[in-house]
Design a protein around this ligand. Sequence first.
Ligand code: NAP
Length: 300
Amino acid sequence: MKKVELGKTGIKVSRLGIGTGTGLPSGHCAQALMDTNELSGLLLYALDRGINHWDTAFQYNTYSHIKEALKQVKREDVVLTTKFSAAHEKETIRDFNTTLKDLNVDYVDVCLLHGVRTNAELQMRSGALNAMVKLKKEGKVRAVGLSSHGLGVLNSVLEMPELDLVWGRVNYAGLHMDTECLGMYDQMASVYWLKKCYKLLPERVKLLIRPKASHEPIAEDERNEVEATLQKIHSQSKGIVGMKVLAEGMLRDDAEKAVKYVNSLSFVDSYIIGMLNREEIDENCRIVNAENTVSEDVEK
Ligand SMILES: NC(=O)c1ccc[n+]([C@@H]2O[C@H](COP(=O)([O-])OP(=O)(O)OC[C@H]3O[C@@H](n4cnc5c(N)ncnc54)[C@H](OP(=O)(O)O)[C@@H]3O)[C@@H](O)[C@H]2O)c1
């Protein structure tokens, strides 16, 4: 599996990374529901095939599985990304320290603000970002960034030299990608205290505010804008990691096309796919390895 540097971070990752936060229609995380040995075995199976980039988050409930897998490898053989949803500095440091303890590690490679939706939210979470920058100075984190859930946020990244990299949602179909037109829940959840209030609402009101995920693609010009903005961010020497490559599984019948598409984007250093079994790992490795052999031959 081909390795690439994430922007100018000095961190080398495989083109294909493995996610541990795939959402199920029930709202649960598929990997968190796996037995500890099942997911840790899957991560080690992926590592054996050259996939050294493991993606998690404080919210996924997969730290115990990852800890188990890490027991069996050298720490430096794996690039660990985690993400935090807290808004303030103190809470982020607290969650980060819990992370180190739960994973039984003394550093994390990549630390991200998790799923930032709007610029207002980005401002409100400046304390969390300060915490990550401090942790990087202390040598506990190697690179700092955000995962984006809104087109406006991607544009703001261009003015943020403190960010080393960005996780952006990208697939050929424009499904589950960043848009300016956020629904009521995303607008509400982007305001920290309103997100807390949402949790207290009765279920039927919650359903009105947050209908089932949209199965509609974003407009073609918005998809082009997402890609153009990621390209600009990459040209500032920041790392770009693609996610939602299979649109949360909606593109499963066109997996080959979906993987080839993200692999063809010159501004995407690496991409994370939620792979739930060995067959998916094998199949995606086959596609990625074949594509990268072809492109290396063309480069020669
Ligand atoms: N930063 C963020 O804000 C954020 C948010 C969400 C997720 N993430 C991360 O990004 C990762 C990827 O997102 P995701 O898992 O939601 O979506 P995804 O990678 O677009 O889709 C994952 C689904 O694709 C299917 N799949 C994968 N390889 C396949 C193959 N070769 N053939 C057929 N189907 C295949 C699997 O579904 P079936 O097995 O059901 O077919 C899998 O559940 C997550 O796991 C998580 O680590 C980050």
